[in-house]
Design a protein around this ligand. Structure first.
Ligand SMILES: Cc1cc2nc3c(=O)[nH]c(=O)nc-3n(C[C@H](O)[C@H](O)[C@H](O)COP(=O)(O)OP(=O)(O)OC[C@H]3O[C@@H](n4cnc5c(N)ncnc54)[C@H](O)[C@@H]3O)c2cc1C
Length: 486
């Protein structure tokens, strides 16, 4: 507000809504509420915009794009001629600095304040059911408080960790130069994505994964394809191994595994997941349990009367699109608008390794554990027409169909366009579309998405079996369709 050319600061300690944590989802929701005319106080401990634009999705995917270009240039040899590149980390480091505005949230603060919001930089804490204190001042919300405080990296209890200068993924994102060698603890999505990025820039990468495969939350077929790519990128994966101890030695870091093996590297990266830090939020003052792992919410994202929560702090799936989806539901609830209740049966996830791993709904194992009788089909991308034409065709499509309804309830698409094929599969799982219906539509030929058509027999059966005479998926699905009489 400006009066006689002077900026007037709204000193009212009452407001309509307090957003605690103006990160990825907090910023988005704040702007929706401000645009709807509400008075909003945003409290942000660090950067307005949060993890996704500064340390998460955006910078990491820009790095993935840079390395995929390098890899594609190597592939020129197999189909087109000669090409040579010399990887230069300083280029992508500069682009990331530009993308993040050198990790400045000035733009985000301006967007917020231009719409009339009050933004306070500081650590907020509940001091009453609808009251939050920050920097010694208290604000009380008439409509309520939205908790969107995200997560922080989990640091495992490895002996000696406090004696070495370890990195989290944040440090990779901010790195101006790269080490020669690096050990990553954790072969999940971020460890795998960033490990491959660094390996393609010439870093000797070793991943230590306690499970029996990388990306262990995904289908085993997906892990297999990614591990094949890692072998090509000369990434060493220690599976079924835990880091027991670390120690500094001659400017290097020695990581001792539980089987006694020692790994020596210039850097150590901890990529063992993220979790909320609820203890610091004063949740008891709001009647919530601060010892819980995540904040429990109902289908309208309500945690208690006048309190909502969204994003990573709810533990639904630590993904930006889920956080934004939850924010849209909260906006409707606060503004008294209709919105279907939240549904989480079709959350799409993409791991941006090369090949990409896109998945939605249940994996085969999850579906069986949940009591479904399932028909499962897997189709190699190399046995699809677009796969053959494209070359570099490592990948697989795996579909999980509920025999009782004929609906697709889970799907995985691994390949150079895995995350894009996922769009079709997500719609099918979301809308509970029966496989018979999916078979009855026309798929563009020859496309990667058409590979789904080939997997389920949507094209002429002759053409579907040309590349893959032994493919049993069609018979498997015929049984489901015939049993249902459609
Ligand atoms: C390396 C990496 C790559 C990723 N890639 C992807 C991807 O490709 N696709 C995808 O969908 N997701 C990805 N994610 C996950 C995605 O970034 C998160 O799911 C998303 O940012 C969560 O949004 P949020 O609003 O819940 O939390 P955040 O964006 O983390 O925001 C929480 C905010 O709350 C603030 N805060 C915390 N406590 C307080 C307090 N007491 N007072 C005031 N403020 C507080 C924090 O400073 C922070 O800004 C990635 C994450 C990482 C780390």
């Amino acid at each position: 507000m400006t009066v006689n050319g002077n900026k007037m600061v709204n000193q009212d300690s009452n407001t309509d809504v307090i957003i605690l944590g103006v990160g990825t989802s907090g910023e988005d929701l704040s702007l929706q509420l401000l645009d709807a005319g509400l008075d909003v106080v945003g409290i942000e401990a660090n950067l307005v915009g949060g993890t996704c634009p500064y340390y998460g999705c955006l910078p990491s995917k820009m790095m993935v794009r840079a390395t995929n270009l390098l890899k594609e240039s190597e592939r020129v040899r197999s189909m087109s001629g000669e090409a040579s590149t010399s990887p230069d980390w300083s280029k992508i480091a500069k682009l990331v600095r530009q993308l993040t505005g050198e990790w400045s949230d000035a733009g985000g603060v301006e967007r917020f304040e231009k719409r009339g919001g009050r933004l306070i930089h500081g650590e907020g804490k509940f001091t009453g059911p609808r009251t939050v204190s920050v920097n010694g001042k208290s604000f009380t919300a008439r409509k309520g408080v939205v908790i969107a405080t995200g997560t922080k990296p989990v640091i495992p209890p490895i002996s000696g960790l406090d004696k070495v200068n370890y990195w989290t993924t944040d440090d990779i994102i901010k790195a101006d130069s790269l080490p020669e060698s690096l050990v990553i603890i954790g072969g999940g999505a971020t460890g795998s994505e960033l490990g491959q990025v660094l390996a393609r820039y010439g870093v000797t990468v070793t991943i230590v994964e306690p499970g029996d495969r990388v990306l262990r939350l995904e289908e085993p077929e997906a892990s297999e394809k990614v591990e094949e790519a890692f072998a090509e990128d000369v990434i060493t994966v220690h599976k079924g191994a835990r880091a027991k101890e670390v120690e500094p030695r001659n400017n290097l870091i020695v990581t001792r595994l539980d089987d006694g093996e020692e790994l020596t590297s210039e850097r150590l990266v901890i990529a063992t997941g993220r979790k909320p830090d609820l203890a610091k939020l004063g949740l008891e003052s709001a009647g919530l349990d601060s010892s819980a792992k995540f904040i429990e919410v109902d289908e309208r994202m309500r945690a208690a009367e006048g309190i909502w929560a969204m994003g990573d702090v709810t533990g639904k799936a630590m993904l930006t699109h889920v956080a934004l989806y939850q924010g849209a539901i909260i906006a409707s609830d606060i503004l008294g608008k209709e919105h279907p209740p939240a549904e989480f049966h079709s959350i799409p996830r993409v791991t941006f390794t090369d090949p990409e791993v896109g998945s939605v709904g249940f994996t085969e194992t999850e579906a069986k554990e949940a009591g479904f009788d399932v028909a499962v089909v897997t189709k190699q991308i190399a046995a699809t027409f677009r796969g053959i034409l494209h070359g570099n065709n490592s990948g697989v499509i795996k579909l999980v169909v509920d025999r009782a309804t004929g609906n697709l309830i889970g799907a995985t698409a691994v390949g150079s366009r895995g995350g894009e094929i996922l769009g079709l599969l997500t719609l099918a799982v979301h809308a509970r579309i029966p496989i018979a219906k999916l078979r009855s539509m026309i798929y563009a030929f020859p496309t990667f998405t058409g590979g789904v058509g080939e997997a389920i027999g949507a094209y002429g059966r002759g053409i579907t079996t040309v590349l893959d005479p032994g493919y049993s998926g069609l018979k498997e699905l015929d049984q489901v369709v015939e049993a249902l009489g459609n």
